[in-house]
Ligand binder design. Sequence first.
Ligand code: SF4
Length: 573
Amino acid sequence: MESLAPNNPAAFNSDQKEYLLGFFAGAMQRAVRPFAGYTAAGLLTDDPALGSVNCAEPAEETVHGTPASDLSREELWKYEQNPLDIWDKIIAHADEDRAPEAEDVFRFKYHGLFYVAPAQDSFMLRLRVPGGIIKAHQMRGLADIAEQWGAGRADITTRANLQIRAFQPKNIVRVLTGVQALGLTSRGSGADNIRNITASPLSGIDPNELIDVNPFALALHHYILNSRDLYELPRKFNVAFDGGGTISVVADTNDIGFCAVRIGEGRIVPAGVYFRVLLCGITGHKQFASDCGLLLRPEQLIAVAAAMIRVFIEHGDRTDRKKARFKYLVDKWGVDRFLSETEKRLAFPLLRVSAEECEPLSQVNRAAHIGVHPQIQEGLHYLGVSVPVGRLPVNQMRALADIAEEFGNGELRLTVWQNLIIPNISSERVDAAVGCLHAAGLDCAAGAVLRGTVACTGNRGCRYAATDTKTHAIELANLLDARWKIDQPINLHVTGCPHSCAQHYVGDIGLLGAKVKGEEGYQVVIGGGCDQDQGLARELIPSVAYSELPPMLEGLFAAFEELRNPSESFVDF
Ligand code: SF4
């Protein structure tokens, strides 16, 4: 393809005209996101971290205090050329239809572009879908992009996000501008950035929630997109907002988890809904986020999130990638010093209040992301749709968009369980909506294992993977559901390497991919959980070839059925 920007506009060739027409047609359907309403009021704007360093300026001798000579390889790449400033390079790669060099493979991830060789000789695009909420026309537009240039499907991720796979270098500009024309973005979805902001997927419709947290996810999403310094992190960073309702957003697996709590009358602060702050979840390193002792008012969340992230930017390790995650800064300093550094960037004091002052949280319902359930709004229901391991072919993407528009309000909500929710369906139309789901080969019923099964990309699309995680996860879940009728959800987490994108340590059953005597196989861990069932899974089998795994798991289920007492869950086993 020739350059998309010739000097003489009259000189557009047919390829360029096709691109431009597509772009403007998409722009006409652009989603208008409402202003989230929450600001970063209280954040000091003379923050020393703001604008202090431009990684793109070679004249700088240090990057946030680290001498250039000590920087890790990836930090050097960022120092030599700011990854946000490579649009010309992206266009050139598209023009020449060629793969990027190693340092640009890294930089391209700042735009959500993942070159996934040798698993595939192509690109994957990861979006940002704050709070997991996407509109029907956006889902339909993504289906068009996936069909025209990709693998004909999208994958729902464990951050309630979407990925489009297997498009060629020559199409990267088309795909990127295509998603932007839909009102979506992929900026900062990979590499050393704040990843997709997650929120409880039933926000605003949940009969049990304490507060609608989607406005916070949207506010932080936009704050990041419009704050260039927040793309200077030493490593990736995850933030979640939990409204204290029915479905978990696994906030305790995030670097920062903001969790709603209620404080009753007669306590140290006026009664109402506040937020606890959990810090340093990183389950691949076997650590949950833990309560740091703060109590925040809702209007303080965005300022505190931005201040904490800026402390990390300023002081995180840039010399050793293995020590660069947020947890290592807090480990080195201790929570007290980290909070006092955060406080320096705020115009209000941080309130330290014991978690015992807060009312206990209601139990999450581990089954409620699947099935038909009433909303808090009288006469409305949501459908929790099973999407095994998050794989969505384009025909089902379009069918879901049609159902959301025909029966709901045109909204679809992705979950961290790689499923999705269609909200706002009136009671009398639920049966018809479910019928349309069935006609599309989808369902809002699933077995106890399949409904709680998540899997990372695996070796069909990720170079780190030792195994075909998604295929194995579906095979195992279907086998166990067919054979055993368990009366509680069982979470099966299948991950292809120690990066643990599918968080195997928090599954009832966790599988970590490995080569076993030349075959694909797994380490098996059991008994993990999140939230009130929080616990790291323990090793059951150090390594087993996949071909030998089904009978072993059947033996595990048989023992569970035989030995448990009636009140015992799989987590206790
Ligand atoms: Fe790839 Fe490993 Fe993440 Fe799976 S866990 S997607 S194999 S990096």
